[in-house]
Design a protein around this ligand. Structure first.
Ligand code: NAP
Length: 228
């Protein structure tokens, strides 16, 4: 495929590397080339099969809008915009493009969320729960999209009306560490996922773009990763 990679930061650069390893042609646009979505005109995107976005919350909606208006499929790893999910879902339906997003493109994290879903049963017994997440000091949003996804999954699976508290830490070079701690008067359950590198996110995002080829509609990676 011809892939346009938006963002050449810590994660986008690894996504471009993995896409090239998987024999895709990859163009890259960072903030200089893509101010006000300048790189995303229909003309510029003419030969592009899919756009993958690992940029920042301030520009993601402009990027999504431009890609949809140009009729291009898009995979979004950027977090911090989920208050606009409904608006984006409507836009994708109107423009009849393909769109796939994830707070976390790592297959390991998605397995971990399944484990958290099963463990949420503890809250129907004598347990209370807490979520902790740690990321590098440069991460712009908090809590992480993954921690919020875990919070929602645990609430829905436990039938509870209250959300677990999320505590966020920003320090050093931590790639991404998420913990669910369930505590009763007699014991404590720790569940932890610790990303060793950004490669897991990158492989998931590129395989998601391959999966999305030729499809239309609005997809959450959580619903499709088992098919990859
Ligand atoms: N879903 C997942 O699996 C996953 C995994 C990791 C990270 N993320 C998310 O992905 C995003 C990026 O993370 P990161 O760690 O790679 O951040 P980063 O190192 O800060 O990189 C962000 C990149 O975005 C570029 N950028 C900013 N505005 C742009 C624009 N208008 N057009 C094109 N590029 C633009 C920056 O370019 P300049 O340097 O040129 O300004 C930079 O290369 C964050 O939202 C993060 O939470 C998601």
């Amino acid at each position: 495929m011809n892939i346009l990679m938006l963002g050449r930061g810590k994660t986008g650069s690894v996504v471009a590397e993995v896409a090239r390893e998987r024999r895709h042609h990859v163009g890259v646009a960072g903030s200089a080339e893509n101010a006000d979505a300048a790189a995303l005109s229909a003309k510029n995107l003419h030969d592009v099969d899919a756009v993958i976005d690992f940029t920042a919350p301030h520009c993601i909606l402009a990027n999504i809008t431009a890609c949809a208006q140009a009729g291009k499929n898009m995979v979004v790893g950027t977090t911090g915009w989920y208050g606009d999910l409904d608006r984006v879902r409507k836009l994708i339906a109107q423009q009849e493009t393909g769109f796939l997003y994830a707070a976390n493109f790592s297959v390991g994290v998605n397995l971990f969320l399944d484990v958290a879903r099963a463990a949420a049963a503890a809250l129907r017994h004598d347990y209370s729960g807490q979520i902790f997440e740690r990321h590098h000091a440069g991460k712009k949003d908090a809590p992480s999209g993954t921690a919020m996804a875990m919070q929602r999954i645990v609430r829905e699976a436990s039938g509870s009306r209250e959300d677990l508290e999320i505590t966020s830490f920003r320090e050093g070079e931590v790639v991404g560490l998420h913990e669910l701690v369930l505590e009763s008067p007699t014991d404590r359950i720790y569940l932890c996922h610790d990303a060793k590198s950004r490669r897991g996110f990158a492989e998931g995002a590129v395989r998601a773009a391959e999966w999305l080829a030729g499809k239309k509609g609005f997809f959450d990676f959580n619903d499709v990763w088992r098919e990859l």
